[in-house]
Design a protein around this ligand. Structure first.
Ligand SMILES: O=C[C@H](O)COP(=O)(O)O
Length: 255
């Protein structure tokens, strides 16, 4: 039985004080709302990870993730943060391959494969993001593109390693735009991703892989998206910055 996850990606938002307030509210609300095997992950900017992880120490439901890491273990990489460092301050997950990293920081599938390896070696679980632009969808090359992102980014992993990762499908055209993929569009791609995982690792691994949807997910559309058979939760941007909206999305599993 695969895990249901709602992950909040704060991106480069919130100052320290408002971040602590938001996170404390989320912790309290999630304690009341999350059910069964659901997990909630909050991914703040690096500099808040330690404090938030301390606050979440006794929560069985809420984990902390980072939004990126460097692929090297340590060394002369001024301004960078390694996966080991993230683990040492309490992160359990790390988002890798977000479209903003691919677009603004030139991250390629090859770099990302190295980051995935580094994260796993440090004991972090990668949330590996894939997804197409509108142009790629209009050209009808989105299935090939997604297949390629998977095969170059994560399909080099052993089955044992792959079992530790979470996939997030985020159509770039839906991120921060207010335009959500319809539940049918999202389900179609999620089913495709699961099929590709089955081809590479077998049906059982595919069935056990959590695949999240991201892109303008909000309290109004979450229940319909999460009701799809291959959508196991969400990677939430804008709506993760308001405690009520975020926990309403967590509740969407139960409605
Ligand atoms: O990581 C989160 C995604 O980029 C979705 O962002 P959004 O919910 O603001 O569209």
């Amino acid at each position: 039985m695969r895990k249901k996850i709602v992950a909040g990606n704060w991106k480069m938002n919130m100052d320290y004080t408002s971040g602590l307030t938001l996170f404390s509210e989320v912790l309290n609300m999630v304690a009341d709302e999350a059910k069964g095997d659901q997990e909630v992950i909050v991914c703040p900017p690096y500099v808040y990870i330690h404090s938030l992880a301390q606050l979440a120490k006794n929560s069985s439901r809420v984990s902390i993730g980072a939004q990126n890491c460097h692929q090297a273990e340590s060394g002369a990489f001024t301004g960078e943060i390694s996966a080991n460092m993230l683990g040492s301050v309490g992160a359990a997950y790390v988002i890798l391959g977000h479209s903003e990293r691919r677009q603004y920081f030139g991250e390629t599938n090859q770099t990302l494969a190295a980051k995935v390896d580094a994260a796993l070696k440090a004991g972090l679980k990668p949330v590996f993001c894939i997804g197409e632009t509108l142009e790629e969808r209009n050209q009808n090359i989105h299935f090939d593109l997604i297949k390629n992102q998977l095969s170059e980014g994560v399909f080099h992993l052993s089955a044992e390693e792959f079992a530790k990762i979470v996939i997030a499908y985020e159509p770039v055209w839906a991120i921060g735009t207010g335009v959500t993929a319809t539940s049918d569009q999202a389900q179609e791609i999620h089913a495709f991703i699961r099929k590709e995982i089955a081809v590479r690792y077998g049906v059982q691994t595919a069935d056990n892989t959590t695949i999240l949807y991201g892109g303008s997910c909000n309290p109004k559309n979450a229940a319909e998206l999460f009701a799809q058979p291959d959508i196991d939760g969400g990677l939430i941007g804008g709506a993760s910055l308001k405690s009520r909206d975020f926990t309403d999305i967590v509740k969407a599993f139960n409605s």
